[in-house]
Design a protein around this ligand. Structure first.
Ligand code: AMP
Ligand code: GLY
Length: 431
């Protein structure tokens, strides 16, 4: 079976590994990911957001089933091009991925179908309205309407000191996008709930907690994600009802889309927050999280290609995972996220990595004369899976020591003290 994967990050590297377990991998990448290239039967370098280029190559290679992974590629309509070329596709078409690339659509859909869990919000088009909403809501989150690689959201108290700072950012976005989403700031602990959907049924993956802030103690700017952990079951600060509410919101949005004549097939990632008023929705993504994909795909027991086939055939059944803790850490270039120093050589001691039992996945790196170099983005993800969170974290740290070069990572992710802080925070809020 020939399976096409579109994308070239660390998330796609682990997807590639899953596909290659039971099928021939055909990969389309914008930059050569050395890990994916090694696993692929054949690969093609092109602009992956060009639907025509992807579609033509898929036809030429006689692809049996395709999986389109990154948000920008889904938003560009690459799944649609593959579908139009009669290639079975297990990823959302552009109209379904709109749930991610148009934040106002996601919020309006929730309102229309009375899906619970939305914070108070308003989409504004003028400075006057923005000021009124900000005064009305008090503490707010300001969100660009479109895709920003996880870096566009700014929050009162964290990024804005006062109304002037907030309005400066609002004006910047209004100038660019002509509209901006203003939400009530919600407080609590976040979790990522990823799930497979065949357009009707869903199958949940274990919840994961990502760490978006660049620096330890959750300080600094938002990033694409610095690392994540999962216990394989509930996260330590969650209760059963939080997961159930997350499941209900996710199923409700799949049902709402169907009522709008849009079938959501592929991976949905519902980003949620446990708050003192129950579970709230931060946003929907029409894809795996990165790094969260690495947690869940390290634990998946069902053959990935069989899941893709069942999405296409609309007969998805429950996917199984080992209930083991996992910790992912992203190694990023010096200066990341705002002043990254690119083009630095890095190397991995593969023998030592193998001996540690941990694994690594290449993210945004490039190869030149057999050597690996950094870009401005996250470079390598390492993952430790073990019988306890503490041991998984130690394993991830051991793996990080096997990667050499001018890189840094958050040492606190998955540690006892940080997880304990999260449990205490949630305890205080629930009390
Ligand atoms: P997003 O790009 O929507 O995933 O948002 C990035 C980060 O901003 C989230 O992970 C949250 O930490 C924060 N955030 C987004 N929306 C809100 C909100 N309404 N209240 C508080 N924080 C938020
Ligand atoms: N880890 C956050 C994201 O993939 O959007």
């Amino acid at each position: 079976m020939k399976v096409l994967l579109v994308g070239n990050g660390a998330r796609e590297h682990i997807i590639a590994e899953q596909i290659a377990r039971s099928a021939e991998l055909y990969a389309i990448m914008s930059k050569k990911n050395p890990g994916i290239a090694e696993l692929a039967q054949k690969f093609y370098l092109t602009n992956i957001t060009n639907p025509e280029a992807v579609g033509l190559w898929a036809i030429k290679e006689d692809i049996d089933i395709a999986f389109v992974s990154p948000d920008v590629v889904l938003a560009a309509g690459v799944s649609d091009a593959l579908e139009n070329a009669d290639i079975p596709i297990a990823s959302p078409i552009k109209a379904a991925a709109r749930i991610e690339w148009d934040k106002s659509y996601a919020r309006s859909l929730m309102k229309k179908y009375a899906i619970k869990g939305s914070p108070n919000f308003e989409i504004v088009k003028t400075r006057k309205d923005a000021l009124r909403v900000i005064k009305d809501l008090g503490q707010v989150a300001i969100k660009p309407i479109g895709l920003t690689g996880g870096k566009g959201v700014m929050v009162s108290g964290d990024h804005f000191g006062d109304i002037k700072d907030t309005m400066d950012y609002v004006c910047e976005l209004l100038k660019k996008d002509k509209q901006v989403l203003i939400e009530e700031k919600i407080i609590g602990e976040e979790f990522s709930l990823q799930l497979f959907s065949d357009g009707k049924r869903i199958s949940l993956m274990p919840p994961v907690q990502d760490h978006k802030r660049a620096y330890e103690f959750d300080l600094g700017p938002n990033t694409g994600g610095m690392g994540s952990y999962s216990t394989g079951k509930l996260l330590p600060f969650m209760c059963n009802d939080d997961l159930e509410k997350g499941r209900q919101i996710s199923q409700a949005v799949i049902d709402a889309l169907r009522k709008e004549d849009v079938e959501f097939k592929g991976v949905l990632y519902t980003q949620l927050m446990c708050t003192q008023d129950g579970v709230k929705l931060i946003e929907f993504n029409a894809r795996f999280g990165d790094p969260e994909a690495i947690n869940v795909l390290s634990l998946i027991k069902t053959q990935f290609v069989d899941i893709l086939q069942s999405i296409v055939d609309e007969n998805l059944s429950q996917v199984s995972f080992s209930e083991k803790p996992s910790v992912v850490k992203y190694l990023v270039p010096v200066g990341y996220p705002n002043k990254s120093i690119p083009d630095s050589e890095i190397s991995i001691d593969k023998k030592k990595m193998w001996d540690s039992g941990a694994k690594y996945y290449y993210a945004s790196v490039y190869e030149n004369n057999g050597k690996i170099y950094t870009t401005n983005s996250r470079a390598v993800a390492v993952v430790g899976v073990n019988n306890s969170l503490e041991n998984a974290e130690e394993k991830a740290e051991e793996a990080a020591r096997c990667v050499h070069g001018p890189l840094w990572h958050r040492k606190d992710i998955g540690t006892y003290s940080l997880v304990q802080k999260r449990i205490e925070n949630m305890g205080r809020l629930r009390a």
